[in-house]
Design a protein. Structure first.
Ligand SMILES: [Zn+2]
Length: 146
């Protein structure tokens, strides 16, 4: 990846269902991460209203080459669990293969944790997360009690 600054473009706020345990709404924030003129990643942040940080939130990222001439095989899906550690969100790579992003058709592969950790891809993913964290001003919504 170049050193080009990453620009985050917040997109939608979706209601994706209700929590099985309490009936509260499950919601999703979506957005994109751009590097110069190219789109590097799309992301989906999932949480249940009132459940964070008691239950982790999750983020799915589809990262790689986007745009007209690209196909799903140019991209991979990586998933993260988000926990609150010492008052700050902490992101941990989890297995993407078992998540619905694996069935989305947007990525050629949904990666297991072991396929991400310690690779250049991990650095790219965490650079994207840093950018999202700084630039997507909607993120505190996951803490809202209702
Ligand atoms: Zn619940």
């Amino acid at each position: 990846m170049s050193d080009e600054a990453l620009i985050v473009e917040p997109d939608a706020l979706l209601t994706s269902g209700v929590c099985e345990c309490c009936g509260r709404l499950s919601r999703t924030l979506t957005g994109y991460v751009h590097a110069g003129d190219a789109t590097l990643a799309a992301y989906w942040l999932h949480w249940t209203v009132g459940h964070f940080p008691d239950l982790n939130a999750n983020m799915d990222i589809v990262i790689g080459r986007w745009g007209e001439s690209s196909t799903a095989d140019d991209r991979v899906a990586v998933s993260l669990g988000i926990a609150l550690v010492d008052g700050r969100e902490s992101y941990r790579v989890i297995d993407a293969a078992s998540r619905s992003i694996a069935e989305s058709g947007l990525a050629g592969a949904a990666l297991q944790r072991d396929a991400v950790i310690g690779t250049p891809l991990a650095a790219q993913v965490f650079a994207a997360i840093d950018a999202i964290h700084l630039q997507d001003k909607r993120l505190p919504i996951i803490m809202a009690p209702e």
